[in-house]
Structure formats: C-alpha cells, structure tokens
Design a protein. Structure first.
Length: 693
C-alpha cells in the first residue's frame, strides 16, 4: 500500500509550533518530520519532537481506563471499561455539584496547545457544572501582564524579521533548548554581521554561542533595564521624535531613572558598571546608526517576585531608541495576541449560571488542596480533574502538592498518555490520545501562522481525545445543550474570528488541506505608533498600573529570596537556585522517552568552583539541595556555567526517575509575582551539601 502524508502541528508548549508532516503506512505512522515549506519550521524539528513516534508508540502508553486499587501515590491500578469509568466520574461529580459545585476544580495547562483538545469542550463542561475557575498562571502571566502595561498586548517583532537585525539581545531565555527556530534566524543574522548578547544568570548553551554573556543575579533584570534607560537618557542615545509622538510619560521616566547610575545598577545586578555602560551604549548607538536592534524576551526572567515589572521595563527600551521603526527592530515576548481566537465560541462562558465562580491559582495548588471550607476560601476542594498537566512534578513547593493529592477524601481524575507522577494519585485514570491520533487547530506564541492538525492514525487501544472524553461525561451528566454534541471539526471551525481582518481568510476545511496560513499582520507593527494601550502609545507611565495599586513607572522590585533582599534567610541558605528547562525535556513531557532521558543523563546541579570548594564538593559527587520547604538530590557538575552564588538544576524530572524520588520543585515556593499572580520558580535560596557516602 502506498504511504500517505498527513499535515499536522506540534502541540507542545514552545513558541515554535512547528508544522509537521506525518508519513503513514498501513495505518501506522512511520515518520515525523518538519514541513520544509513552512517559513518558521523550515523542515527542522527539535530533538524532542523528532522522536515523537517513540512517544506515541511507547510501550508504557495508557491504553485503557483504570481505577486505583492501592494507596494514593503508589500507582497501583486495574483495568476497567469506559462505561464504568464514566459512570463513576459522573456519579461523583453530580453528587458534589448538587450541593457545592465550586468544590470541583479542573487543573490543566499546556500539555497540548491545541484550541480543541486544550480548553474547548472541557471549558464548556466546567462552566456548565459551575466549577471553580482555575487561574492558569504557572508559566507566563507575570510577563504577559507587565508587557501589556507597556505595549498593550502580546504583539511584537515578527520572528522572521530577526535575521535582519544588527544587534540582538537574548534576554532570559535559552532558545537552543526552547525556541530552536528563532535561534535559526539569529544564526542567519550572525552570519550577516549581527552581534548577539545573552543576558542570563546562567551560561546556557545559547549564551555560550553569543558574542557576549552578561551573567546578572537572578531577579535583577528590572534593575539592568533601569540602568540602561539611565545611560540612554544621560548620553542622549534617544529617538526624540519617536518619544514625542508615540510614548507617554517620558519626563516622569527621566526623573525616575536618574538614580539608576551604572554603579548602582552594577551593584544590584552583581555585574560591572562597564557592562551596564557598554550594553546601553551599544544598544542606543546601533539604533542611531539606523541599524535594527531587537530584543528577544523569554519567560525565565519573570519567574521572580518582580517578574512582571522586569518585563514591563524591558518592553519600554525599544521606544526610547525608535527601534520599532524597523521591522527587524523592537521586542518580542509572545505573538499570541496576533490571533483573534474566538474564546467565547470555543469555551462558552455563557453556560455559567449564578455569576463567576471563585478563582483558584494553579501556582498555589498545594495550599489550595490543603485548605478546609471557610467563608473566605469557600468549599474545600473535593474533586480534581487533571488534564494536559502533571502538577505533582511541575507545581511549586512539591511536598505540599503531593500532600494535597494524597488526601483520601479527594476524588481525582487524570487524563493522560502515561502514568506520570500525578497519575499515580488518580482514583480514575483515563487514556488520552496523542497529537497523531486526533484533530486540532493551533495558534502560536512565537510566530504568526495558524495551523491545522489532522489525525494521522486511529487512536491506540481505547484512548480517546480530551474533547471526546468531556463530551461523553457531559452526556452522562445530562447536559443537553447543543454545544456538547459538536464534533472536534465543528469546534475547530469556530477557532478564529473571521470578522477580524487578521483572520478573515480563515476556513477550517481549507486550513486542513494546506496545513498552515499566516495571519494578516504588518511586518513592523508599531513603526508609526498605534500601540494597543489606552493612549495608543508605549506607556512609560501607566494609569492602569496606578489604578491597580502598582507603581505606574518602571521600578525595581527585589526578589523575595536573595542575599541582598533577605540577608537573614541567606545566612542559612546562601545560594540562589534556578531550574530552567533541560534541552531534552519539554517541562515534564518526554522525560519517560528512554533515548531522551539517556541523553540528559540524570538529575544534576551546576555549581561554581568557588562555591563547590567552600563546601568540599567535587565534580560528580551526589549533593543534597535544601531549604525550609524541602530537599532533593542531584549529581554535582562543578562548572563556571553557574556564576558564583548561583546553582542551576535543569528540569523538570519526573520524581519516579530520580534516585531519591524528588525533583527541584521540592524547594521552590508558592509565593506569587508582583502582577499576574505567576509562579516564582527562580526566586529561591538554598544550601548545598555533600550526601553521606
């Protein structure tokens, strides 16, 4: 039989959202490759998704519904029928919903970024029940809110334009590991003479390949941006016409940054004053020469107490030097708001009755699951439905998360591909399809193409798409609204607002055939201003921030935990710790793919030689990393990749694959960011010691 080629899209939480081609022979997928014609994918897939067949056809795939027969956390299950699984879940949820619907909580994130299998039918289901609303904050909300205060929306430099930039600041990210196709554009720019500067506490794979690496202390990015502003203004490295026409609050900003001298900035950031001066001068002078200067922001820098303000500050820089005038200038955090997603049609919030329910923050799930019924909190969480996420591994302050999941009186349902750390705590475990086995439609947050995902193969075993599972549950619970009968194709056809000029060409049947289409967006979005802020300008002064009780001007908010901001805590725990993504994992996805886990090795901790020497730690020794919240073990890698005073544990390992059954989130905190209520994964102090031999 002749092989067929099916058009698909990568579903994972990555800016690249690659267009894929799946080769199918006799009903079996035999090859997954990048679409060579897709402008951003260019035929290349990352090392993880290139091995997607190993994941889809993994020997440990969950293929049948299961119910727990052991204690929670032991991972002991027996096979049951779909009828028994659905009846059990529907009966339990019906009983709870009849007396306290907000005692039911969904928990999901970006296990798939698809608009159908992510949150469409599932959102409808929970709206109809009246369940608690989950504030999905764990990744990017601080930066998104901070960026919007300055720019107005998640819009910025088109990734395809970066190859024409002459100076590129890669700030708070490691695109070799997590934004590969942006890195491809950067390499093209480098070959054309562009200078690359990485700003990151850790000398990542990306930082190693840049011309310069500025290794500032975690949580001090906002201060570095203020110091750059000081130099740009003091030395008149400005585009005064752009400032006058397209910005708001320059005079107040000028006064605010007067005190942020290179010396003060350097002391705060743990770098030299010369680095501050050189960075600002190069940024401003390059723009004044008429060359494009661009900043690629990423989410690492916003996972600290002042993370939203840090992104807000950096987002102001391009307007000061007029970088937005050129298509290859400006800043990119995310492109998500280039897509007019029709959330009202997809999620049907109108199904809710009785007003908006309480909101629970996913970043504080540990505390939320351990709280009792009270007037201020509302009802105790009695039922938890987890899909597209692995919170026992990925949520902060893991000991509390595991304690909450272990509650005997908590009814937990998990939709999954594998028996993850979270799945081990399920009462009912349901097998979900992978991207090769279902239909979906995708936007992106790193480029401007909408994509279709066609099902390449039939579902393995008895696995079902997320949307179908919630469709069946809705039927079991007697929900007869017509929207619960819509097929996945019918849902996908409503994904984008066709009345919006950006998506007026959207047609689902056409998109399925061609695979991808670009949104109608300009190459240089703010060349002539037109920012989507209330004033229509880049807002150095934000009345919205003032109304929200925030400082309306760029400022610096110190970390919760650092030697400078919390010296008493630092006496016990003198080392800052960050846990950025490992190259071979996508958060906790792919950790169970043997070839990728073997490449990654085992959990390890990078520690600077001076910090290792004072603790008698040698390269390759097992060490214990701890603070008041918990501890975990890893193998030490003594290296100057980590700056002095910093340790780095690349993550996120499933606990069951670690020798001590723990991971880096044993020591992270449930405290939230200055805005957006985001997680503060990189705002952590620890101590490190040798493990007993």
């Amino acid at each position: 039989m002749t092989a067929s080629i099916v058009r698909a899209a990568c579903p994972h939480d990555c800016p690249d959202t690659c267009a894929m081609l799946i080769t199918v022979q006799d009903g079996v997928a035999t090859e997954v490759r990048g679409d060579p014609e897709h402008p951003t994918t260019g035929g290349a897939l990352c090392t993880k998704v290139a091995r997607y067949l190993q994941r889809t056809y993994h020997a440990d795939r969950l293929l049948y519904p299961m119910k727990r027969i052991g204690k929670k956390g032991e991972g002991q299950f027996e096979r049951i029928s779909w009828d028994e699984a659905l009846d059990t879940i529907a009966a339990r949820l019906t009983e709870i919903a009849a007396r306290a619907p907000q005692a039911i909580l969904p928990y999901s994130y970006a296990g798939t970024m698809g608009l159908v299998q992510g949150d469409s039918m599932s959102a409808r289901f929970f709206h109809k029940i009246g369940a608690s609303y989950l504030d999905r904050t764990i990744c990017s909300t601080a930066g998104s809110v901070g960026y919007a205060y300055s720019i107005g929306a998640q819009l910025g430099t088109d990734v395809e334009q970066f190859e024409h930039s002459k100076l590129i600041l890669i700030w708070g990210g490691n695109p070799i590991a997590s934004n590969l196709h942006f890195w491809t554009r950067v390499q093209q720019a480098k070959r054309r003479g562009a200078k690359l500067i990485a700003i990151d506490p850790y000398r990542s794979l990306t930082a190693e390949k840049c011309h310069q690496h500025i290794a500032l202390l975690p949580g001090t990015d906002a201060a570095l941006a203020l110091g750059m502003m000081h130099v740009l203004i003091a030395e008149d490295l400005l585009d005064e016409d752009y400032i006058a026409e397209h910005t708001l609050g320059f005079d107040q900003l000028k006064e605010r940054v007067q005190d942020w001298t290179p010396e003060r900035t350097a002391q705060t950031c743990g770098i030299s004053a010369e680095e501050v001066l050189q960075l600002a001068r190069e940024y401003g002078a390059t723009a004044q020469r008429g060359d494009a200067v661009a900043i690629r922001l990423n989410y690492g820098l916003q996972r600290v107490r002042g993370g939203g303000m840090a992104v807000r500050n950096i987002a102001c820089l391009p307007a000061l030097v007029g970088a937005w005038r050129q298509a290859a200038g400006g800043v990119l955090l995310a492109s998500a708001d280039a897509f007019p997603v029709n959330n009202r049609a997809l999620q049907r919030s109108d199904l809710r009755t009785g007003g908006r329910p309480r909101t629970l923050n996913m970043s504080t799930i540990g505390d939320n699951l351990l709280r009792e019924t009270s007037p201020e909190f509302g009802p105790k969480v009695e039922a938890l439905i987890v899909y597209n996420s692995n919170p026992v591994a990925v949520a902060p302050e893991s000991p509390k998360v595991a304690e909450g999941f272990a509650r005997d009186d908590l009814f937990t349902v998990v939709l999954e591909h594998f028996q993850t750390d979270t799945a081990d705590y399920a009462d009912i475990l349901l097998p979900a399809t992978t991207q090769l086995e279902h239909v979906d439609v995708h936007m992106a947050y790193g480029h401007h193409y909408m994509l279709a995902n066609n099902a390449a193969i039939a579902p393995l075993g008895e696995a079902k798409p997320n949307a179908e599972i919630f469709r069946l549950l809705a039927a079991r619970m007697g929900f007869d609204d017509p929207c619960f009968q819509e097929s996945d194709d019918q849902i996908a056809a409503q994904a984008f607002k066709k009345q919006d000029v950006r998506a007026q060409h959207f047609d689902w049947e056409t998109l399925k055939l061609v695979g991808w289409q670009k949104m109608n967006v300009p190459d240089a979005p703010f060349a002539n201003g037109g920012f989507p802020t209330p004033s229509g300008k880049c807002e150095f002064f934000s009345a919205r921030m003032q109304a929200a009780g925030l400082d309306p001007l760029p400022t610096f908010i110190a970390p919760y935990e650092s030697v400078a901001s919390n010296p008493e805590l630092a006496q016990q725990y003198p080392l800052a710790m960050i846990s950025p993504p490992a190259r071979n994992f996508m958060n906790s996805t792919f950790v169970n793919v043997q070839s990728l886990r073997s490449t990654e090795g085992e959990p390890h901790l990078d520690i600077h030689p001076s910090d290792a020497a004072t603790r008698g730690i040698e390269d390759g020794q097992r060490v214990r990393i701890y603070n008041d919240r918990g501890s975990f073990e890893a193998k030490a890698r003594v290296s100057d990749r980590a700056r002095p005073g910093l340790v780095v544990g690349l993550s996120i390992w499933w606990k069951k694959f670690a020798e001590d059954g723990k991971n880096a989130n044993e020591v992270t905190s449930q405290r939230v960011t200055d805005m957006g209520n985001g997680a503060t994964f990189y705002d952590v102090l620890v101590q490190v010691e040798k493990c007993p031999t």
